[in-house]
Design a protein around this ligand. Structure first.
Ligand code: S3P
Length: 170
């Protein structure tokens, strides 16, 4: 198989990185790595329990270690947790060795999705305004990705086709 850069999906919680990543990898017949899942496997705890037991700083250290290990590979689709790309070391390695795609949605869409989810310890105690601010701050960094996909008017297959088209021309 020709060696190609990893596809890395970035964006806020609830932006569909894992579900889109999984389909994308099937279409391309390459492996899919979900960083949150790798963290859970390495700690033998759910993300929520890692936050509860050890706190966010500990989670971020593990996240960095796991990301730096997996981002050095090739020919994979990788979904980062929403805070992954915010970390400078992770971002630098992504930019050097991978193609990064930001799955961008309107704040409203993201907020509705994360309020429905019980798996998101970072935002459980935040108000709508605080989440809006978090999205605003993070978006400045997500903008540094190689490609921004505006997802709101697209169905899942259109999002996937856009990514495939870019990747196949690389
Ligand atoms: C986080 C996002 C989560 C998970 C953790 C922290 C964040 O991943 O890594 O709860 O900081 O945005 P998803 O983006 O896959 O939900």
């Amino acid at each position: 198989m020709k060696s190609k850069k990893n596809i890395v999906l970035i964006g806020m919680m609830g932006s569909g990185k894992s579900s889109i990543g999984r389909i994308l990898s099937k279409e391309l017949n390459i492996d899919f790595l979900d960083i949150d899942q790798k963290i859970e496997e390495s700690e033998n705890l759910s993300i929520s329990d890692i936050f509860k037991k050890y706190g966010e700083n500990y989670f971020r250290k593990i996240e960095e270690k796991i990301c730096l290990k997996h981002l050095k590979t090739e020919n994979n689709v990788i979904s980062l947790g929403g805070g992954g790309f915010i970390n400078l070391s992770i971002r630098k390695l992504c930019k050097k060795t991978c193609l990064t795609f930001w799955l961008n949605w309107k704040n409203e869409t993201i907020i509705n999705r994360i309020f429905k989810s019980k798996k998101r310890p970072l935002v459980t105690k935040l108000t709508k305004d605080q989440i809006n601010n978090l999205i605003k701050e993070r978006s400045k960094i997500y903008e540094l990705s190689d490609y921004k996909i505006n997802c709101d008017k697209l169905d899942k297959h259109k999002i996937i086709n856009k990514i495939l088209k870019i990747y196949e021309n690389k």
